[in-house]
Design a protein around this ligand. Structure first.
Ligand code: PEP
Ligand code: MN
Length: 341
């Protein structure tokens, strides 16, 4: 349920309203101020409060039931786009953000070489996994704390913000000390304990769609994070599992405009994990931009043939440069007033 307040409502009226709501066992999920109006999103069993009782309150302009299961991430509560900002980056709000780096941090020279190259090419955020949730228990599992330290070192040298995955609720505090953005991976999209824990963090959260998750399940996972108080969430479409075997997953490009219709959260596309093939990454990054995404996340490696993880889908430096050029040209063609990527 959404409560829309009259402009200029007094603190006393607001206080009485909040007390009334809480006395009935509901809670304030989020207060959104924008365009001269204040809107309150209520969470809990809505049948405990008759809508007419709320409408009768001084200061209340209207009360609107939200039919969809996700309340806080939907456009009903907040029609304006969320823009997630941090050290030198903004995701959403008309820009196109490029997040790039190796699948995993492998060594000091590897991550520094990547970071320097990506900075020079105009990337916005450096990615690199320190904790790798691999499909096989025998595959490289990441450098863990040492990997986090190397990422921090790369940030110090280049100024690029860093994003890295956190795989368990117990690690959130430690990873948050290093990372500018916390990534929740596809395998953990429905790990509600982890979602709740990153929801209590002050770091922005990059949530990847589960490979078998519907868009509604995806948005409900984001709702977990926002319901704990962290409204800085980005949604990442990274491909879903289908019957097609030529690609690792199938990029659900329709998810981009759909998520943007349903939710105010920024939408980023990861064409690397979506395809598993570096020859398909550039065309799908361009498709993501054309479909209205707010950015891309791509894997890049100085020597993909010898990468410890996801080499086949990692772009070479040359391909990354080509991608940046294509993105600028397509953006210019589609939105000439916003030429830069
Ligand atoms: C990743 O981005 O490092 C990753 C493991 O991706 P996903 O969770 O989408 O598989
Ligand atoms: Mn990877």
């Amino acid at each position: 349920m959404i409560v829309i307040l009259k402009p200029g409502v007094s603190i006393e009226s607001m206080g009485e309203l909040v007390d009334f709501i809480q006395d009935r066992g509901l809670r304030i999920g989020r207060i959104v101020r924008g365009d001269g109006r204040t809107v309150i999103g209520l969470l809990g069993e809505e049948q405990r409060i008759p809508i007419d009782r709320l409408r009768a309150f001084e200061g209340v302009e209207d009360v609107v039931p939200v039919e969809r299961p996700f309340k806080l991430v939907g456009r009903e509560l907040q029609p304006e786009d969320t823009v997630v900002r941090g050290r030198g980056f903004a995701v959403g709000g008309g820009g196109f953000t490029v997040i790039a780096g190796p699948c995993a941090v492998e060594s000091k020279s590897q991550i520094l070489e990547c970071a320097r190259f990506l900075k020079a090419q105009g990337a916005d955020v450096l990615r690199g996994g320190a904790y790798k949730p691999r499909t096989s228990p025998y595959a490289f599992q990441g450098m863990e704390i040492e990997g986090l330290e190397l990422l921090a070192h790369a940030r110090e040298e280049t100024g690029l913000a860093i994003i890295t995955e956190v795989v368990s609720a117990e690690d959130v505090e430690k990873v948050g000390e290093f990372a500018d953005i916390l990534q929740v991976g596809s395998r953990n999209m429905q790990n509600s304990r982890l979602l709740r824990r990153v929801g209590k963090s002050d770091r922005p959260v990059f949530l990847k769609r589960g490979q078998s998750a519907t868009l509604e399940e995806f948005l409900l996972a984001a709702e977990y994070v926002v319901a704990e108080g962290n409204a800085n969430v980005m949604l990442c479409e990274r491909g879903i599992r289908t019957f097609e075997n030529y690609t690792r997953n199938t990029l659900d490009i329709a998810a981009v405009p759909l998520l943007k219709q349903l939710s105010h959260l920024p939408v980023v596309v990861d064409p690397s994990h979506a395809t598993g093939r570096r020859d398909l990454v550039v065309p799908l990054a361009v498709a993501a931009l054309a479909a209205g995404a707010d950015g891309v996340m791509v894997e890049v490696h100085p020597d993909p043939e010898n990468a410890l993880s996801d080499g086949p889908q990692s772009l070479t430096f040359e391909q990354f440069t080509e991608m940046m050029g294509d993105l600028v040209r397509v953006r210019e063609a589609l939105r000439p007033h916003l030429a830069e990527v």
